[in-house]
Ligand binder design. Structure first.
Ligand SMILES: *Cc1c(COP(=O)(O)O)cnc(C)c1O
Length: 355
Protein backbone atom coordinates (compact mmCIF):
# COMPACT_ATOMS: atom_id res chain seq x y z
CA UNK A 1 0.00 0.00 0.00
CA UNK A 2 2.82 2.27 0.95
CA UNK A 3 6.29 3.54 0.38
CA UNK A 4 8.05 2.56 3.58
CA UNK A 5 11.42 3.47 5.00
CA UNK A 6 12.58 0.82 7.43
CA UNK A 7 15.46 1.73 9.71
CA UNK A 8 17.60 -0.80 11.53
CA UNK A 9 17.27 1.04 14.84
CA UNK A 10 20.20 -0.46 16.80
CA UNK A 11 22.56 0.08 13.86
CA UNK A 12 21.32 3.63 13.20
CA UNK A 13 21.50 4.66 16.85
CA UNK A 14 25.01 3.21 17.16
CA UNK A 15 26.06 5.27 14.15
CA UNK A 16 24.50 8.45 15.60
CA UNK A 17 26.21 7.93 18.93
CA UNK A 18 29.51 7.25 17.16
CA UNK A 19 29.30 10.54 15.24
CA UNK A 20 28.49 12.50 18.40
CA UNK A 21 31.31 10.80 20.32
CA UNK A 22 33.84 11.61 17.57
CA UNK A 23 32.71 15.25 17.25
CA UNK A 24 32.45 17.04 20.57
CA UNK A 25 30.22 20.09 20.15
CA UNK A 26 28.47 18.68 17.09
CA UNK A 27 25.27 20.48 16.13
CA UNK A 28 22.77 18.17 14.45
CA UNK A 29 20.86 19.81 11.60
CA UNK A 30 17.15 19.04 11.25
CA UNK A 31 15.59 20.78 8.30
CA UNK A 32 13.30 20.28 5.33
CA UNK A 33 11.68 16.86 5.38
CA UNK A 34 13.98 15.86 8.23
CA UNK A 35 16.25 14.06 5.77
CA UNK A 36 13.29 11.75 5.05
CA UNK A 37 12.93 10.88 8.74
CA UNK A 38 10.75 13.86 9.83
CA UNK A 39 11.78 16.87 11.88
CA UNK A 40 10.01 15.60 14.99
CA UNK A 41 11.90 12.32 14.98
CA UNK A 42 15.24 14.11 14.54
CA UNK A 43 14.44 16.46 17.40
CA UNK A 44 13.68 13.50 19.69
CA UNK A 45 16.91 11.84 18.59
CA UNK A 46 18.85 15.03 19.35
CA UNK A 47 17.39 14.93 22.87
CA UNK A 48 18.39 11.28 23.20
CA UNK A 49 21.91 12.08 21.95
CA UNK A 50 22.27 14.72 24.65
CA UNK A 51 23.50 17.56 22.43
CA UNK A 52 23.01 21.13 23.66
CA UNK A 53 22.03 22.72 20.34
CA UNK A 54 19.92 21.64 17.37
CA UNK A 55 19.96 23.56 14.08
CA UNK A 56 16.84 24.07 11.97
CA UNK A 57 16.71 25.51 8.48
CA UNK A 58 13.97 28.10 8.90
CA UNK A 59 11.92 29.92 11.51
CA UNK A 60 8.87 28.03 10.24
CA UNK A 61 10.49 24.78 11.36
CA UNK A 62 10.92 25.82 15.00
CA UNK A 63 7.41 24.65 15.91
CA UNK A 64 8.18 21.10 14.73
CA UNK A 65 11.16 20.67 17.04
CA UNK A 66 10.69 23.02 19.99
CA UNK A 67 8.56 20.63 22.08
CA UNK A 68 10.73 17.61 21.38
CA UNK A 69 14.14 19.11 22.10
CA UNK A 70 14.65 21.61 24.89
CA UNK A 71 18.13 23.00 24.19
CA UNK A 72 19.22 25.91 22.02
CA UNK A 73 17.79 26.17 18.51
CA UNK A 74 20.10 27.60 15.86
CA UNK A 75 18.19 28.92 12.83
CA UNK A 76 20.38 28.57 9.75
CA UNK A 77 18.46 30.92 7.45
CA UNK A 78 19.68 34.41 8.28
CA UNK A 79 17.43 36.73 10.24
CA UNK A 80 15.78 39.40 8.11
CA UNK A 81 13.49 42.26 9.18
CA UNK A 82 10.55 40.56 7.46
CA UNK A 83 8.82 37.21 7.23
CA UNK A 84 8.58 34.39 9.73
CA UNK A 85 11.45 35.68 11.90
CA UNK A 86 9.13 38.48 13.08
CA UNK A 87 6.55 35.98 14.35
CA UNK A 88 8.91 35.01 17.14
CA UNK A 89 7.80 37.16 20.06
CA UNK A 90 10.82 39.02 21.56
CA UNK A 91 11.46 37.83 25.09
CA UNK A 92 9.20 34.77 24.80
CA UNK A 93 10.49 31.48 26.24
CA UNK A 94 11.01 30.13 22.70
CA UNK A 95 12.86 33.24 21.52
CA UNK A 96 15.27 32.86 24.49
CA UNK A 97 16.22 29.41 23.14
CA UNK A 98 16.78 30.63 19.57
CA UNK A 99 20.19 31.51 18.18
CA UNK A 100 19.67 33.73 15.15
CA UNK A 101 22.04 33.83 12.20
CA UNK A 102 22.88 37.44 11.35
CA UNK A 103 24.43 37.93 7.93
CA UNK A 104 24.19 41.71 7.35
CA UNK A 105 25.33 44.59 9.58
CA UNK A 106 21.99 46.37 9.21
CA UNK A 107 20.21 43.22 10.39
CA UNK A 108 22.35 43.17 13.54
CA UNK A 109 21.10 46.65 14.48
CA UNK A 110 17.54 45.80 13.50
CA UNK A 111 17.49 42.53 15.44
CA UNK A 112 18.91 44.13 18.58
CA UNK A 113 16.46 47.03 18.30
CA UNK A 114 13.60 44.56 18.13
CA UNK A 115 14.90 42.09 20.72
CA UNK A 116 17.73 43.57 22.85
CA UNK A 117 18.35 40.17 24.48
CA UNK A 118 18.58 38.18 21.23
CA UNK A 119 21.27 35.51 20.91
CA UNK A 120 22.96 35.23 17.53
CA UNK A 121 25.90 34.14 15.42
CA UNK A 122 27.48 36.40 12.82
CA UNK A 123 27.82 34.76 9.43
CA UNK A 124 30.92 35.37 7.32
CA UNK A 125 30.63 34.65 3.58
CA UNK A 126 32.61 31.74 2.18
CA UNK A 127 33.31 30.66 -1.40
CA UNK A 128 29.67 29.48 -1.38
CA UNK A 129 28.55 33.11 -1.62
CA UNK A 130 25.14 32.26 -0.22
CA UNK A 131 24.82 34.51 2.82
CA UNK A 132 27.19 36.35 5.08
CA UNK A 133 29.32 39.40 5.70
CA UNK A 134 32.53 40.32 3.94
CA UNK A 135 35.64 40.88 6.09
CA UNK A 136 35.01 44.63 6.40
CA UNK A 137 31.36 44.10 7.36
CA UNK A 138 32.35 41.57 10.00
CA UNK A 139 34.70 44.19 11.49
CA UNK A 140 31.85 46.74 11.41
CA UNK A 141 29.63 44.27 13.23
CA UNK A 142 32.42 43.74 15.76
CA UNK A 143 32.69 47.50 16.29
CA UNK A 144 28.93 47.82 16.70
CA UNK A 145 28.98 45.10 19.35
CA UNK A 146 31.99 46.66 21.10
CA UNK A 147 29.99 49.89 21.43
CA UNK A 148 27.44 47.84 23.34
CA UNK A 149 30.02 46.24 25.57
CA UNK A 150 30.61 43.17 23.39
CA UNK A 151 27.32 41.43 24.22
CA UNK A 152 29.31 38.40 25.30
CA UNK A 153 26.27 36.59 26.69
CA UNK A 154 24.38 36.96 23.42
CA UNK A 155 27.04 36.55 20.72
CA UNK A 156 27.34 32.80 20.15
CA UNK A 157 30.15 33.01 17.61
CA UNK A 158 30.78 33.18 13.88
CA UNK A 159 29.17 30.90 11.31
CA UNK A 160 30.86 29.66 8.14
CA UNK A 161 28.92 27.71 5.53
CA UNK A 162 31.42 25.87 3.36
CA UNK A 163 30.62 24.10 0.10
CA UNK A 164 30.66 20.32 -0.21
CA UNK A 165 34.27 19.25 -0.14
CA UNK A 166 36.27 19.58 -3.30
CA UNK A 167 39.73 19.23 -1.93
CA UNK A 168 40.62 20.70 1.42
CA UNK A 169 38.81 23.65 3.01
CA UNK A 170 41.59 24.32 5.50
CA UNK A 171 43.23 27.09 3.44
CA UNK A 172 39.94 28.92 3.01
CA UNK A 173 38.99 28.60 6.67
CA UNK A 174 42.42 29.89 7.69
CA UNK A 175 41.94 33.00 5.53
CA UNK A 176 38.46 33.50 6.99
CA UNK A 177 39.80 33.01 10.51
CA UNK A 178 42.09 36.00 9.94
CA UNK A 179 38.92 38.07 9.46
CA UNK A 180 37.27 36.50 12.48
CA UNK A 181 40.25 37.35 14.68
CA UNK A 182 40.40 40.88 13.24
CA UNK A 183 36.74 41.50 14.11
CA UNK A 184 37.66 41.53 17.81
CA UNK A 185 34.61 39.60 18.97
CA UNK A 186 33.90 38.39 22.48
CA UNK A 187 33.15 34.82 21.32
CA UNK A 188 35.72 32.29 20.19
CA UNK A 189 33.25 29.76 18.82
CA UNK A 190 33.15 29.09 15.07
CA UNK A 191 30.23 27.11 13.66
CA UNK A 192 31.20 25.30 10.49
CA UNK A 193 29.76 22.92 7.93
CA UNK A 194 31.20 20.28 5.62
CA UNK A 195 34.64 19.93 7.15
CA UNK A 196 36.20 16.50 7.21
CA UNK A 197 37.48 15.07 10.50
CA UNK A 198 41.13 15.71 9.67
CA UNK A 199 40.34 19.30 8.62
CA UNK A 200 38.57 19.94 11.93
CA UNK A 201 41.55 18.47 13.77
CA UNK A 202 43.98 20.63 11.78
CA UNK A 203 41.98 23.80 12.47
CA UNK A 204 41.65 22.94 16.13
CA UNK A 205 45.44 22.64 16.33
CA UNK A 206 46.01 25.91 14.41
CA UNK A 207 43.55 27.88 16.55
CA UNK A 208 43.75 26.38 20.03
CA UNK A 209 41.90 29.38 21.51
CA UNK A 210 38.88 28.77 19.28
CA UNK A 211 36.20 26.08 19.41
CA UNK A 212 34.97 24.71 16.09
CA UNK A 213 31.46 23.31 16.18
CA UNK A 214 30.46 21.25 13.14
CA UNK A 215 26.88 21.47 11.92
CA UNK A 216 26.07 18.07 10.50
CA UNK A 217 22.98 16.77 8.75
CA UNK A 218 23.57 14.27 5.97
CA UNK A 219 26.56 12.46 7.40
CA UNK A 220 24.85 12.20 10.78
CA UNK A 221 21.30 11.14 9.94
CA UNK A 222 22.06 9.43 6.63
CA UNK A 223 25.69 8.54 7.23
CA UNK A 224 25.11 4.79 7.45
CA UNK A 225 22.86 4.00 4.49
CA UNK A 226 23.18 0.31 5.22
CA UNK A 227 20.79 0.87 8.12
CA UNK A 228 18.03 1.95 5.70
CA UNK A 229 15.73 -0.04 3.46
CA UNK A 230 13.15 1.58 1.23
CA UNK A 231 10.45 -0.67 -0.13
CA UNK A 232 7.26 -0.35 -2.16
CA UNK A 233 4.45 -2.85 -2.42
CA UNK A 234 3.50 -4.59 -5.62
CA UNK A 235 -0.18 -3.69 -5.97
CA UNK A 236 -1.04 -5.34 -9.30
CA UNK A 237 0.45 -7.27 -12.18
CA UNK A 238 -0.95 -7.33 -15.72
CA UNK A 239 0.54 -9.58 -18.38
CA UNK A 240 0.63 -7.80 -21.77
CA UNK A 241 1.32 -8.89 -25.32
CA UNK A 242 3.04 -6.70 -27.82
CA UNK A 243 0.51 -4.08 -28.95
CA UNK A 244 -1.68 -4.20 -25.83
CA UNK A 245 -2.75 -0.72 -24.69
CA UNK A 246 -2.07 0.56 -21.15
CA UNK A 247 -1.59 3.69 -19.08
CA UNK A 248 -2.95 7.25 -18.94
CA UNK A 249 -1.56 7.91 -22.38
CA UNK A 250 -2.97 4.83 -24.06
CA UNK A 251 0.44 3.69 -25.06
CA UNK A 252 0.75 0.27 -26.67
CA UNK A 253 3.25 -2.19 -25.32
CA UNK A 254 6.31 -2.47 -27.55
CA UNK A 255 6.86 -6.05 -26.51
CA UNK A 256 5.45 -8.83 -24.38
CA UNK A 257 5.92 -8.65 -20.64
CA UNK A 258 4.16 -7.55 -17.48
CA UNK A 259 2.93 -4.18 -16.33
CA UNK A 260 3.71 -4.06 -12.64
CA UNK A 261 1.87 -1.49 -10.53
CA UNK A 262 3.82 -0.51 -7.42
CA UNK A 263 3.19 1.98 -4.61
CA UNK A 264 5.14 5.22 -4.75
CA UNK A 265 4.64 8.15 -7.11
CA UNK A 266 5.12 11.85 -7.60
CA UNK A 267 3.49 12.67 -4.25
CA UNK A 268 6.30 10.75 -2.57
CA UNK A 269 8.91 12.54 -4.63
CA UNK A 270 9.44 9.62 -7.00
CA UNK A 271 10.82 11.27 -10.12
CA UNK A 272 10.88 10.23 -13.71
CA UNK A 273 14.56 9.48 -13.61
CA UNK A 274 16.47 7.47 -11.11
CA UNK A 275 18.33 9.99 -8.96
CA UNK A 276 21.81 10.44 -10.30
CA UNK A 277 22.56 13.86 -8.84
CA UNK A 278 23.67 15.02 -12.28
CA UNK A 279 21.00 16.13 -14.73
CA UNK A 280 23.14 17.77 -17.38
CA UNK A 281 22.43 16.93 -21.02
CA UNK A 282 25.71 15.09 -21.14
CA UNK A 283 24.73 13.02 -18.11
CA UNK A 284 21.35 12.27 -19.66
CA UNK A 285 22.99 11.16 -22.88
CA UNK A 286 25.31 8.96 -20.86
CA UNK A 287 22.29 7.50 -19.04
CA UNK A 288 20.70 6.56 -22.35
CA UNK A 289 23.99 5.15 -23.63
CA UNK A 290 24.30 2.99 -20.52
CA UNK A 291 20.81 1.62 -21.08
CA UNK A 292 19.00 3.99 -18.72
CA UNK A 293 16.42 4.36 -21.45
CA UNK A 294 15.85 1.28 -23.51
CA UNK A 295 15.45 1.02 -27.26
CA UNK A 296 11.67 1.43 -27.10
CA UNK A 297 11.81 4.56 -24.99
CA UNK A 298 11.11 3.30 -21.47
CA UNK A 299 12.91 5.33 -18.83
CA UNK A 300 14.80 3.80 -15.98
CA UNK A 301 12.94 3.87 -12.67
CA UNK A 302 14.30 3.90 -9.10
CA UNK A 303 12.48 0.59 -8.41
CA UNK A 304 14.50 -2.60 -8.60
CA UNK A 305 13.58 -6.27 -8.62
CA UNK A 306 16.13 -8.97 -7.79
CA UNK A 307 18.79 -6.25 -7.80
CA UNK A 308 17.94 -5.09 -11.32
CA UNK A 309 16.64 -1.60 -11.86
CA UNK A 310 13.34 -1.70 -13.74
CA UNK A 311 11.93 0.67 -16.35
CA UNK A 312 8.89 2.88 -15.98
CA UNK A 313 6.13 1.84 -18.37
CA UNK A 314 5.01 5.47 -18.17
CA UNK A 315 5.78 8.48 -15.97
CA UNK A 316 4.98 7.92 -12.29
CA UNK A 317 1.43 8.66 -11.14
CA UNK A 318 0.64 10.53 -7.95
CA UNK A 319 0.81 7.55 -5.56
CA UNK A 320 1.61 4.59 -7.79
CA UNK A 321 3.98 3.82 -10.61
CA UNK A 322 3.66 1.48 -13.59
CA UNK A 323 6.76 -0.53 -14.41
CA UNK A 324 7.49 -2.78 -17.35
CA UNK A 325 8.97 -6.20 -16.69
CA UNK A 326 10.00 -7.90 -19.92
CA UNK A 327 8.93 -11.50 -20.45
CA UNK A 328 11.48 -13.95 -19.17
CA UNK A 329 12.14 -11.97 -15.99
CA UNK A 330 10.70 -12.98 -12.63
CA UNK A 331 7.46 -11.17 -11.87
CA UNK A 332 6.92 -10.54 -8.15
CA UNK A 333 3.49 -11.31 -6.73
CA UNK A 334 0.92 -8.83 -5.47
CA UNK A 335 1.87 -8.09 -1.86
CA UNK A 336 5.59 -8.59 -2.41
CA UNK A 337 7.89 -5.64 -1.92
CA UNK A 338 10.43 -4.18 -4.31
CA UNK A 339 13.43 -2.03 -3.41
CA UNK A 340 13.43 1.67 -4.23
CA UNK A 341 16.40 3.98 -4.50
CA UNK A 342 15.44 7.45 -3.34
CA UNK A 343 16.91 10.81 -2.60
CA UNK A 344 16.05 10.97 1.10
CA UNK A 345 15.92 14.75 1.35
CA UNK A 346 13.26 14.86 -1.39
CA UNK A 347 11.13 11.86 -0.45
CA UNK A 348 7.93 11.76 1.63
CA UNK A 349 7.53 8.25 2.94
CA UNK A 350 4.08 6.99 3.91
CA UNK A 351 5.74 5.39 6.90
CA UNK A 352 9.06 5.37 8.66
CA UNK A 353 9.54 2.28 10.80
CA UNK A 354 12.49 2.36 13.19
CA UNK A 355 13.20 -0.94 14.96
C1 LIG B 1 21.99 22.11 5.51
C2 LIG B 1 23.05 22.84 6.19
C3 LIG B 1 24.03 22.15 6.90
C4 LIG B 1 24.09 20.66 6.96
O1 LIG B 1 24.35 20.15 5.68
P1 LIG B 1 24.50 18.58 5.42
O2 LIG B 1 25.13 18.50 4.09
O3 LIG B 1 23.14 17.99 5.43
O4 LIG B 1 25.36 18.04 6.50
C5 LIG B 1 24.99 22.89 7.57
N1 LIG B 1 24.97 24.24 7.54
C6 LIG B 1 24.04 24.94 6.85
C7 LIG B 1 24.07 26.44 6.87
C8 LIG B 1 23.05 24.27 6.15
O5 LIG B 1 22.13 24.96 5.49
Amino acid sequence: MSLVLTVDGPRWRAHLQGVVARHPGVVPVAKGNGYGLSLGRLARKATWLGVDTLAVGTYDELGEVANRFDGSLLVLTPWRPFGAALELAPGSPLSRRVIHTVSRVEDLSALLARDPGARFVLERTTSMLRHGMAARELREAGALLAERGGLASQLAGVALHLPLAQGSHVGQVQRLMTDVVAAGLTSTTVWVSHLKDDELAQLGASYPDYTFRPRVGTSLWLGDRGAFTVAAHVLDTHPVERGDVFGYRGRSSPKAGTILVVSGGTAHGIGLEAPSGDLSMKARAATIARGGMDAVGFVRSPFSIDGKQRLFAEPPHMQASMLFVPSGSRVPAVGDTVDVRVRYTATSFDRVVVS
